[in-house]
Design a protein around this ligand. Structure first.
Ligand SMILES: Cc1cc2nc3c(=O)[nH]c(=O)nc-3n(C[C@H](O)[C@H](O)[C@H](O)COP(=O)(O)O)c2cc1C
Length: 380
């Protein structure tokens, strides 16, 4: 039976297990580059046994970043930092994934620990945010005006998606996810809350999906065919006038026809005014992921509240989720896969770490409980 530690093959890429580190913005970049911090942090998760390792959302344009401290791949000079990271992840047995995105009307921000406010376009480190329409996300967090993109600017963004994908392949990434969730640009085109256009990019579901499908087409045309092309969709705004899950089911079907290999489900994020948004529910998106997998016939991933090993394993065993993506659990425990393997009774949990450590952990003389790992069942 397929379980959390079964291999997973998508196109020409095989993950050693079904555990991925979800993209997480770190506010540690200068000029959009990945540096030593990223090498350390991402390399540690690959060494800790994660099958798939994403850095944070990587911006396709400078104003597509969350803040000036965030990473991008909009300039050839940024390729080298990414290439160091992908080489490190591969050398530790992981597959390096890149999440390409544009923050749209949710960019130009301070880091959370600096207030998390939106910086005015004319202030230092701020810029004019863009979106499908001139509808601001809203006060208090994001009060500033939004520039409604012209059709020409939309075309330029799709060229930037493609150029970023070319650089991503050159940097050695083997899995590419488009970020269409969390209130960022793709998500806001998809959501009637942010998209009030009356041209071919707004109105009907087909029109609201057009920006996303064109980005997918632009990337599919340049991203190597043998490598997975996936997408994180803001599949529900949990608001009566926002993105509805039923619409997402239909749109994912269209994306599959356009060459999408896997759908990663998450929140729409186009408003703070949500009803019943599943924040605290274990395996929050698992049931919906299973529905997409069965109805659309596409591989699925999801994150949100899957850090308890038994929950993650059950989602895979039930056939609802192909890849479990961990956010906070991956931050908290770089060796989460090893811990989970011990908790779940895997026969060789240390086989997940580099052999140079595994051999000693498995063979060295000494009192076994003193190796520094809690006994299975004792908690993290
Ligand atoms: C510090 C932090 C930064 C995040 N940045 C991103 C991001 O860049 N892109 C993204 O799609 N999700 C981002 N997320 C969401 C995570 O990828 C993940 O979906 C979320 O944390 C839920 O998983 P969890 O319950 O395992 O934490 C971030 C989450 C955290 C905690």
């Amino acid at each position: 039976m397929t379980h959390l530690f079964s291999e997973f093959t998508l196109k020409g890429v095989t993950l050693r297990n079904r555990i991925g580190m979800s993209p997480m913005t770190m506010y540690r970049s200068t000029d959009g580059r990945l540096g030593d911090y990223h090498l350390m942090y991402l390399g540690a998760r690959a060494a800790g046994g994660f099958g798939l390792v994403f850095p944070e959302q990587i911006a396709i344009a400078p104003e597509g970043r969350t803040s000036v401290h965030c990473a991008g791949i909009y300039d050839d000079a940024q390729i080298e930092g990414h290439a160091r990271v992908t080489a490190m992840i591969k050398s530790m047995g992981g597959v390096p994934g890149i999440q390409l995105g544009h923050t749209g009307r949710s960019g130009s921000e301070e880091p959370p620990w600096a207030g998390w406010g939106q910086i005015a376009p004319d202030a230092p480190d701020g810029w004019q945010v863009v979106g499908p329409s001139d509808v601001p996300y809203g006060a208090p967090r994001r009060p500033h005006p939004v520039h409604a993109l012209t059709v020409e600017e939309i075309g330029e963004l799709h060229r930037q998606y493609a150029a970023a994908a070319v650089r991503a392949a050159e940097a050695g990434y083997e899995w590419l996810e488009l970020h269409f969730a969390h209130g960022y640009l793709g998500s806001s085109f998809f959501s009637p809350l942010a998209n009030r256009r009356d041209d071919r990019y707004g109105g009907s579901l087909e029109n609201r999906a057009r920006f996303l499908l064109e980005a997918l087409d632009a990337v599919r045309a340049v991203w190597p065919e043998h490598l997975p092309l996936t997408m994180r969709l803001g599949a529900d705004d949990f608001h009566p006038e926002g993105t509805r899950f039923e619409d997402s089911v239909v749109a994912i079907g269209w994306m599959k026809e356009h060459g999408l290999d896997l759908a990663d489900l998450s929140f729409g994020g186009n408003t703070d005014d949500m009803t019943d948004p599943l924040w605290n529910q274990p395996g929050a998106w698992v049931e919906r992921a299973g529905r997409i997998k069965r109805e659309i016939g596409i591989a699925v991933a999801t994150s949100w509240n899957l850090g308890v090993p038994q929950d993650a394993d059950a989602a895979v065993r039930a056939g609802d989720v192909d890849v479990v993506l961990l956010g906070r659990a991956a931050l908290a425990n770089p060796h989460w896969p090893v811990w989970a393997a011990r908790e779940l009774g895997h026969d060789a949990p240390f086989g997940l770490v580099p052999r140079d450590w595994a051999w000693w952990l498995e063979n060295f003389r000494g009192h076994a409980p003193s190796i520094g790992w809690p006994a299975p069942g004792a908690g993290a």
